[in-house]
Design a protein around this ligand. Structure first.
Ligand SMILES: *Cc1c(COP(=O)(O)O)cnc(C)c1O
Length: 374
């Protein structure tokens, strides 16, 4: 849960997400909009509704509970990627018309029992592992799955799904093709057993870089939120049109001198090498602004870059504003996103943080959010 009385504010530009959806639609065939984990911190319902308004009719979320929250807000298909994990989940799937991604035989059996109890069919999606080695039936299980489905006449396998491990790493394209070949073989063996589900393999990176692997639907997540999966690689131009949707800011609470030789913050990890002016910003690790940014990250104040000095604290972070004229309490410090034409990009923030844009969005998005129009 967010600490909704803290001063840091996340603002989400839904029009940017809609523009990204349109762009990705122009590159793909049929999109499954991946809005799991609260739409990567951008807000499950607002993002779901904004995407529905521009034509999205197929959504992927995480848990069955997340699917049940989204279900009344959108038309079309809601896929629960984590699948049913309890008897209650199975009932929710059946009652609310959620498409469950199924990765185990016991889930098939539970769903078949529920279908029999209700006296009607339940559509399902099958997850096969082709190289992530997380969830999913193994390729070696194809015949067992096909046999089980042969007996479970009330389950209707509509989709066959697998997930790529290296789609956003151009130097590992070979593994993408290996996974695609395994996926094709699994589909072929299911077809031999009389099952012809539609197929979906690719995520954002795969959609942009491997159009030949589009099959029936593509599943972009991160690109919807405007991060370029190919940032820093030769393929970066593929994501050039994506527009980040999240902006994060917090107010400056104090501005003061830090004379040459003085230290700042816990542990005295920064000592001024000349007379400095510092601004103290109301953001810290309690707002999920990582302590790992200590002495590494930057913010924007008065549309100029200000470097973090010393350790990030629980609710406060100090930045260097020596070269920025007129900084005063109440000024907005931008931690992520644009300010008057300047920007801290998600990719930069992630690199200072030592992580990926996905984690930056999920963590900062847990704070109080407001919805802006661009
Ligand atoms: C999260 C997820 C996606 C989206 O991946 P991105 O890299 O964000 O585009 C697609 N498919 C599955 C199964 C996922 O879990």
């Amino acid at each position: 849960m967010p600490i909704d009385y803290n001063l840091l504010k996340v603002s989400i530009d839904l029009q940017a997400i809609q523009a990204n959806y349109r762009f990705l639609s122009s590159r793909g065939k049929r999109l499954i909009a991946v809005i799991k984990s609260d739409a990567y911190g951008h807000g499950l319902i607002p993002v779901g509704e904004a995407l529905a308004a521009v034509g999205a009719d197929f959504f992927a979320v995480g848990t069955v509970e997340e699917a049940a929250r989204l279900r009344p807000a959108v038309r079309g298909t809601v896929l629960a990627l984590l699948g049913p994990q309890s008897v209650e989940d199975i009932q929710i799937v059946a009652e609310q018309g959620i498409l469950p991604l199924v990765a185990r035989l016991d889930q098939l059996a539970g769903l078949e029992r529920e279908a029999a109890r209700l006296g009607r069919q339940i559509p399902i999606a099958l997850k096969f592992d082709t190289g992530m080695a997380r969830l999913g039936f193994a390729a070696a299980d194809v015949e067992a799955v096909a046999r089980a489905l042969g007996k479970m006449r009330l389950l209707r396998p509509e989709w066959l799904i697998s997930h790529l491990a290296t789609a956003d790493e151009p130097h590992q394209a070979e593994f993408v093709h290996e996974q695609a070949a395994r996926f094709q073989r699994i589909a072929d063996r299911l077809a031999l057993a009389g099952h012809h589900p539609q197929r979906s393999l690719v995520n954002s990176g795969g959609l942009l870089a491997f159009p030949e692997l589009a099959w029936n639907a593509q599943r972009p997540g991160i690109a919807l939120y405007g991060a370029n999966p190919f940032h820093g690689t030769d393929l970066a131009p593929l994501g050039r049109e994506l527009r980040p949707a999240m902006q994060v800011q917090a107010p400056v609470l104090a501005v003061h001198a830090l004379p040459k030789g003085a230290s700042i913050s816990y542990g005295r990890t920064y000592v001024a090498d000349m007379d400095k002016t510092v601004a103290i910003v109301a953001a810290g690790y309690a707002d999920n602004y990582s302590r790992g940014l200590s002495n590494k990250g930057w913010m924007l104040i008065r549309s100029q870059r200000a470097k973090i000095l010393g350790r990030v604290c629980m609710q406060l972070t100090a930045v260097d504003v020596t070269e920025i004229a007129g900084v005063a309490p109440g000024d907005a410090a931008v931690l992520l996103g644009e300010q008057d034409g300047q920007a801290i990009t998600p990719e930069e923030l992630a690199s200072w943080w030592g992580t990926i844009t996905y984690e930056v969005f999920c963590l900062l998005g847990m704070n109080r959010r407001e919805y802006a129009t661009s």
